[in-house]
Design a binder for this molecule. Structure first.
Ligand code: MLT
Length: 246
């Protein structure tokens, strides 16, 4: 298994015939992929991701209102006409069980769209890191791309540290030539430095500071937790994620 880390969707190569990983993982710790894992853990039927909010609104119109939830976020704030912003803490079982989440966020849903053509697509956060690692050890893909969501094309500390967390847990099972690119080694080093101070890292991160300015400390602390959610979102059809069953 060879791991490649790309800090943003923009830095992730276009998938063509011979340039395609066996497995691609979208990471958006603050907060989209943390929210996806929480929602599917709490019984959501599926998460359907859209980079375009207007397409989300039109598509979800065909879904029975009592079985859909619209999650729309831009700039960390909930969008008008949606039911929820993008807080994982809002995705309680009472609210999401049996419902489909139609979701569009500033960056996370875009990174998912970028990697959608891979044979296996999953999403990861710090909260479900071990579940993702277990899935990779079971599936044994030869090549894995981990795509951070960043912020509008820029690097995000939290996404790359989550990629490093996955690499760190996989390391005992990998050969010496495990790193597919320099970013993979850098991500591991970043995680090794911050593994015991993840809440502090969230507050240092630029998007963490953006959420703090919006008064949202609870999400930061939830998103900083390691290995607390077993559920792994996996793509069943393009843009539609369900809880991976073992
Ligand atoms: C993103 O898509 O960049 C994030 O999920 C934004 C957020 O919800 O805080």
């Amino acid at each position: 298994m060879k791991l490649f880390v790309y800090h943003t969707p923009e830095l992730t190569p276009e998938m063509t015939g011979d340039c395609r990983p066996d497995c691609a993982i979208a990471i958006d710790v603050l907060r989209a992929t943390t929210t996806m894992a929480a929602a599917l853990q709490n019984g959501a039927e599926a998460v359907q991701a859209f980079s375009d909010l207007s397409v989300l609104m039109a598509t979800s119109e065909d879904w029975p209102a009592e079985r859909r939830i619209r999650i729309g976020e831009r700039g960390g704030k909930m969008m008008e006409g949606c039911d929820l912003g993008n807080s994982p803490l809002d995705c309680t079982a009472d609210r999401v069980k049996g419902r489909r989440l139609f979701m569009s966020t500033t960056n996370g849903t875009r990174s998912l769209e970028k990697i959608a053509a891979a044979p296996t697509v999953m999403t990861a956060a710090l909260t479900n890191r071990n579940g993702v690692v277990d899935a990779l050890l079971e599936l044994q893909p030869q090549t894995v791309w981990m795509t951070g969501s960043g912020w509008e094309g820029s690097f995000s500390l939290e996404d790359t540290v989550a990629a490093g967390a996955i690499a760190a847990a996989l390391l005992p099972h990998l050969k010496d030539d495990w790193a597919g690119n320099d970013e993979a080694i850098a991500a591991l080093a970043l995680f090794e430095l911050w593994r015991d101070r993840l809440p502090e890292l969230m507050r240092l991160a630029s998007h963490g500071q953006r959420l703090l300015r919006l008064g949202n400390t609870a999400d930061l602390d939830y998103c900083a937790q390691l290995d607390v959610v077993p559920t792994v979102p996996i793509q069943r059809e393009t843009g539609v994620l369900v809880a991976r069953t073992i």
